[in-house]
Structure formats: C-alpha cells, structure tokens
Design a protein around this ligand. Structure first.
Ligand SMILES: [Zn+2]
Length: 239
C-alpha cells in the first residue's frame, strides 16, 4: 500500500505538470482571442464610418440636385415674369422666385455642414483603419509566437505524457479509475497531502483518529470533507 500511495503521488505530480502546460498553451491563445475581438470591434467601427460617409454623400448628391432643379425653376419663372398679364400673377411669381432662392440658401448651408462632417468622418476612418492594420500586424506576430510556444509546450507535454503512461501502468486498474474520477471531479487533484492534520486539498482538518491511521500509511484513506485520497506529508525542516 505504501508503494501504491507513492506511485499515486508521483502520478499526481506529473498530472499537475501536464495541467500547468495545458494552462500555459491556453493562456497564450487567450491573449490572441482578446486581440482578435478588439480587431473585430475596430472593423465594425470602420464599417459604420463608411456607412455614415456613404449616407452623407448620398444626401450631398440629393442637395446638389435640389439646387440645380431649383435654379432651373427660378430661371423658368424669371422668363415667365416678362409675359405676365396681371399684377397678382406678377407678385405670385416674384414670391415663388424668392422662396426658391431661400430654399437654395438652406440647401447650400446644409451642404457646407455636410462637407465638414464628411471631412471629419474621413479623417476618423483613416485613423481607425491605421489602428486596425497595426493591430492586425501585431496579432499575426503574436499568433506565430503562440503557435511556436504551443508547439514547444506540446512537445514537452508529449514527453511527460509518456512517463505518465508508464507510471499509470503501475497502478492497479480499479485504483487508477478512482484516481481519474477524483481528478476530474476535484479540479485536477485526486490525492492531496495532509500536513499537520490539515488536508491540503480542501484545507479542512481531518479527525484525529483518521490522522493517526493516515500516518501509519497502511491503507489508502479518503478525506471526509473533499473525498480526495490522502497521504501524510512530513513538514520538511528548514535548514
Ligand atoms: Zn480534503
């Protein structure tokens, strides 16, 4: 039984190493995922700016056409003015011409504002595009680094996994199944050290009688609180 405990402890150490490597690989890609999301947001902002610019341009064309049409109408009325019969008709045409000029003045004012707006939107678009491109470039580099790091870590993991398989082969199948089940359910730790009567898996005290049994190391015991297998760890004296 002492040997079983020792083997499980070694297996647990190896599994912790593997879990650490897996976390490192995932951590490297988590950063990249974050950058990718930022770039996607940037692209959405760019698309929105482009839409705004297009809408402003459409409005500009509409206003310019409006100015042209109005000028044609004014000209037409000015021609009519020469042939009017009544004063009433004359006044009415004059008013129409005046209104047309007013409308065009409004259109021209809106056009000026619109041009300023488009100019500022275009400046923003250029800026956003530059930022996005720079981020994209960095992301490409980060991706390459993460891939390389992952390849190295996977290589390391593969070597450790071989040792792990050998170690696991030394454990009786039923015990190994129990170990695996606990490892899955207990956050990667199936066998926990007990130091000074405290289970380091859950940091709870274990009953004194159980602690005495544990120190004998004659049987595999489970923590009454977290259910993990336990082994007695002697506190190393500091030299
Ligand atoms: Zn415990």
């Amino acid at each position: 039984m002492r040997q079983d405990i020792a083997t499980l402890v070694e297996l647990q150490q190896i599994d912790h190493q593997i879990a650490k490597i897996e976390a490192q690989i995932a951590g490297g890609y988590a950063e990249i995922e974050k950058s990718g999301l930022e770039i996607a947001e940037g692209r959405a902002a760019i698309a929105q700016l482009q839409e705004k610019i297009e809408a402003s341009e459409a409005r500009r064309r509409e206003l310019e056409a409006g100015v042209e049409d109005e000028l044609a109408r004014i000209k037409e009325r000015q021609t009519k003015l020469m042939n009017v019969q009544t004063n009433r008709e004359y006044q009415s045409l004059l008013k129409e011409i005046e209104d047309g000029k007013k409308n065009n003045k409004q259109r021209e004012e809106e056009l000026v504002l619109l041009l300023e707006q488009v100019e500022s939107l275009r400046a923003k678009l250029t800026e956003e595009t530059n930022v996005c491109e720079a981020k994209d470039k960095l992301l490409g580099e980060a991706q390459a680094r993460a891939d390389q790091q992952a390849a190295e870590l996977n290589d390391k993991k593969g070597k450790i996994a071989k040792v792990r398989d050998e170690k696991a082969g030394e454990v009786a199948p039923t015990l190994l199944r129990k170990y695996e089940m606990l490892r899955q359910r207990r956050n990667g730790t199936a066998i926990a050290p007990v130091l000074n009567g405290v289970c380091r898996g859950c940091n709870m005290n274990i009953p004194p009688q159980l602690y005495i049994e544990l120190q004998k190391a004659q049987q595999l015991l489970s923590c009454p609180t977290c259910n993990r297998l336990m082994f007695h760890e002697v506190e190393e004296e500091k030299v």
